[in-house]
Design a protein around this ligand. Structure first.
Ligand SMILES: [Fe+2]
Ligand SMILES: [Fe+2]
Length: 260
């Protein structure tokens, strides 16, 4: 197959900065000769998602969460979510492997507290209320990030995006339904409010720094279309009212943040 034909498109202006944008006559495939900068960006994007999910192939952090589900029907529905996350885990692992990067358990050894799926965050989760908060907030971040992949210039990302977005929409809806039920009691609401102090900033941090230099390269190469800050602002505008509607106190958007 001939290489994709690249040409310069209209530059995009974001916050006063003019961003170079390329367009292509077809998406890139792993079998194409990839520009080294492009290949590096694809690997970085995949590695971020793999850190959230492919770690599941080596460490089963979801099983303890499944066991906190209080009723048979909630366990059954969570088990479906669990299977869907395993499928995502494998898809990210496979996309990296097709580019020659075969992740093994040791590749996750660098994990630190800034990663949402590390000690102190998902691992170490004790109760069903925290599971509901995690699914409501972090799976919703996935909806925003993966929706960007639907128009990606990288073919394999484009192909997995529609189903993954659908799955993550289901996970966040399930989390919200569980959280709403929990917030019907004052003790439940109190526990959920305490958890938001940790999870609201963690979810906002997941979008990355607003002044990240790399986001312009992603946009230039057609791997993303919105900036970290734009995605985060849309997320806040949609999610804050949902939480407030069930009586929760949402922390200030700048409190306890690592990446602004
Ligand atoms: Fe997922
Ligand atoms: Fe999910």
């Amino acid at each position: 197959m001939p290489q994709p034909v690249m040409e310069r498109a209209e530059p995009r202006s974001v916050g006063g900065i003019e961003v170079e944008v390329m367009q292509f006559d077809r998406p890139f495939e792993p079998t194409d000769e990839l520009d080294p900068e492009y290949r590096d960006l694809v690997l970085r994007l995949l590695r971020v998602q793999a850190d959230l999910e492919s770690y599941l192939l080596f460490e089963d952090y979801l099983h303890p969460l499944l066991m906190t589900a209080p009723t048979p029907s909630e366990k059954m529905r969570y088990a479906q979510l669990y299977a869907e996350e395993f499928n995502h885990a494998y898809q990210f692992w496979k996309m990296l492997a097709d580019l020659g990067v075969v992740l093994a358990k040791d590749d996750f050894a660098h994990r630190s507290s800034q990663y949402v799926f590390s000690d102190g965050y998902v691992i170490g989760t004790q109760d069903w209320t925290e599971v509901a908060v995690i699914n409501t907030l972090t799976d919703r971040v996935g909806v925003y990030e993966l929706a960007e992949w639907k128009t990606s210039s990288y073919g394999p990302m484009r192909r997995v995006a529609p189903q993954q977005v659908q799955d993550e929409k289901g996970h966040t809806a399930l989390g919200y339904q569980n959280l709403k039920k929990i917030c019907a009691t004052s003790e439940g609401k109190e526990r959920a409010n305490a958890l938001l102090v940790k999870w609201w900033p963690a979810a906002l941090d997941m979008f990355g720094r607003s002044d990240s230099k790399r986001q312009w390269s992603y946009i230039k190469w057609g791997l993303r279309s919105e900036t970290n800050g734009e995605l985060r602002q849309r997320y806040i505008a949609e999610t804050r009212p949902l939480l407030e509607n069930i009586g929760l106190d949402v922390p200030d958007d700048s409190a306890n943040r690592h990446f602004l």
